[in-house]
Design a protein around this ligand. Sequence first.
Ligand code: TYM
Length: 341
Amino acid sequence: MDNEKKTAPQPERKKRILSCIQPSGIPTLGNYLGALKNWKTLGDEFDGAFAVADLHAITVRQEPAKLREQTLQVLALLLAIGLDPEKSILFIQSHVPAHAQLAWILNCYTQFGEMSRMTQFKDKSAAHADNVNVGLFSYPVLMAADILLYQADLVPVGADQKQHLEIARDIANRFNTLYSPTFTIPEPYIGKQGARVMSLQNPLKKMSKSDPNPKSFISVFDEPAVILKKIKSAVTDCDGKVFYGDGKDGINNLMGIYACCTGKTYDEIAAEFDGQGYGVFKTAVGEAVVEELRPVREQYAHLLNDKAYLKEVAAKGAERASRVADRTLQKVMKKVGFVLP
Ligand code: TYM
């Protein structure tokens, strides 16, 4: 009997997906196509844990009332894109203390030089020269803690987070080698299209929710008329031909957006708009984006009015997340030599 137990095949552990989004503004089409859309697809297939990263958001000064409001808005958005809170773990990062605890420990296993090389730190410290705080500097370590606490196999993100994923892998490998295998080494999941949606006003810059020019980004909650108008005024070139190529950054960006929303290839798009000019193409892109975001916007409007439900989802999510995260944290505390409480 005992023998049978030992040899019985173990059910294979489902892959764990983890990702987070900052509530530092209203999410954009870039966040949606680069990350959230993939969260939904992967969350249906694997064990998902998805968080609103409010601890990360305060590395840049936030207005408290606005931060609170945006945190619940982003949580509502996670539900609106179709993530199921019974299946995936949906939570608010600051509700799970293990994130800050593990981040502190991992800070002591990360080198100053490694953090100094992070391009996002360089960009953000230039943009917020009056507030280059230590949190902004060690931001990637907190991100590593987010990922490693859940033993995530796969982390769906946009291309801008690739360097942070690499450092999370380095930190995990270092800890595993110093002690013994503790953390799963996470793989980034970066979609082929939509991984880098660019600003509509400057296609050499990433579309960002913190861009001061609202014409540069589409918010996932923008009304259809606003979306159409913003796409119409997107910066392109004077060549007038729709195809993907060098020096056509504005058109390349719109083609990427259209491809994500319709599933068409660049060749199919070029054939569809052959000889038609940018006006017709921009209208089609705008309409495709409106249709892509319509169900999200409708669901969201519904959910945001139900604050009690959102708080209930957050509370249940934090409880489930803590169960997983605390298990990893205990292991780490034991390995580094802390006396367990
Ligand atoms: P955040 O809040 O800036 O963005 C959330 C997700 O959206 C992706 N993204 C984009 N993708 C394509 N084109 C764009 N223009 C674009 N802008 C943003 C981001 O790559 C991201 O996947 N540090 C993270 C949040 C975070 C996190 C984590 C992510 C905290 N802890 C752990 C993964 C795992 C961030 O600032 O994302």
